[in-house]
Design a protein around this ligand. Structure first.
Ligand code: BMA
Length: 298
């Protein structure tokens, strides 16, 4: 991965109202524009979503006010009233589905919303129980079903699970997809980062891995390749992290030593723009290609 030389591309000073931070954007191409669904943490410490748009993927213009807030969640407000966080965007049949974390006294739950225009949203409600987050939906049906991955917290376990659904609302046939590799950079926990992208070799997906060091936790990114016809099969994954916190803007912030991604965009030539955040404070870009990531997994 090659970091963009002018990272970060968005910082809190770019936001036209008072925020604590802007970070962890979902990403999609919409109407020939790069669209980022950014998390803005308000001064009181609760997050909403703010859209940023760009013609080239590097230079972004922010909306003047949030497009989705906890208060918009009329039917499930009690599960999001501490904030909405870390949207993943999947396009299926001309609709855009957002999966994100709803945060409340009940701990994180996965919320699903849909939009056709990034102006009006239909909130479909929680699609998990507490505690669950890091949910990505596959961009097409496989074997007649929708598929998702997510990351429930069960006692001390933090594994990525996979499940399927006839309608995106009712989910079942859960199984464990990936477990943290003990004694490595992903020792403590893993979670899905980006929605999977279809390649001729399989479904390609970024994930994050976390290891505790002293009083700090290091968040790094890895990549995994899943079988095209049966996404429960891991065909391979990167041996080493593909992005680790190294730059000052990844080392220093509200949560230092973090690179975290929940959005990427594939260009027509199979180049990839990976949107990520350093230290829970900003929005950055790094570039790579499908071929390079598939080769690492193989
Ligand atoms: C995860 C999520 C992310 C955050 C990351 C690092 O658990 O809460 O929103 O970026 O931790 O702090």
């Amino acid at each position: 991965m090659i970091r963009y030389e002018n990272n970060p591309v968005l910082v809190k000073e770019d936001v036209p109202f008072k925020v604590n931070s802007i970070f962890n954007p979902g990403a999609i191409k919409y109407n020939d524009e790069y669209l980022l669904m950014c998390r803005v943490e308000m001064p009181i410490g609760r997050s909403s979503f703010l859209i940023a748009r760009s013609k080239d993927g590097f230079s972004f213009k922010l909306d003047t006010k949030p497009i989705l807030t906890p208060e918009d969640h009329k039917d499930c407000y009690e599960y999001v009233n501490w904030g909405i966080e870390d949207a993943r965007i999947t396009s299926i049949d001309n609709k855009y589905y957002l999966t994100y974390t709803g945060y409340s006294k009940y701990k994180p739950v996965v919320i699903l919303a849909e939009t056709e225009n990034f102006k009006t949203y239909k909130i479909l409600g929680p699609i998990s129980e507490a505690s669950n987050k890091d949910c990505s939906i596959f961009p097409e049906k496989i074997d007649g079903y929708y598929w998702k991955v997510d990351r429930p917290e069960a006692e001390e376990r933090r594994d990525i699970w996979i499940s399927k659904s006839p309608d995106l609302i009712h989910w079942g046939e859960y199984s464990v997809l990936m477990e943290p590799d003990k004694g490595t950079w992903e020792d403590n926990k893993i979670g899905a980062s980006t929605p999977p992208i279809k390649t001729k070799d399989g479904w390609l997906m970024l994930y994050h891995g976390v290891r505790g060091f002293g009083i700090s936790s290091l968040y790094k990114l890895g990549v995994v390749l899943l079988d095209l016809n049966n996404p429960r099969i891991v065909k391979g994954k990167s041996k080493e992290p593909i992005l680790s916190p190294e730059m000052d803007y990844e080392r220093v912030g509200d949560v230092g030593n973090v690179v975290f991604s929940n959005g990427w965009i594939k260009e027509d030539n199979d180049d990839l723009k990976i949107y990520y955040s350093g230290a829970d404070m900003n929005v950055c870009v790094a570039e790579t290609s499908i071929d390079k990531l598939v080769a690492l997994c193989k």
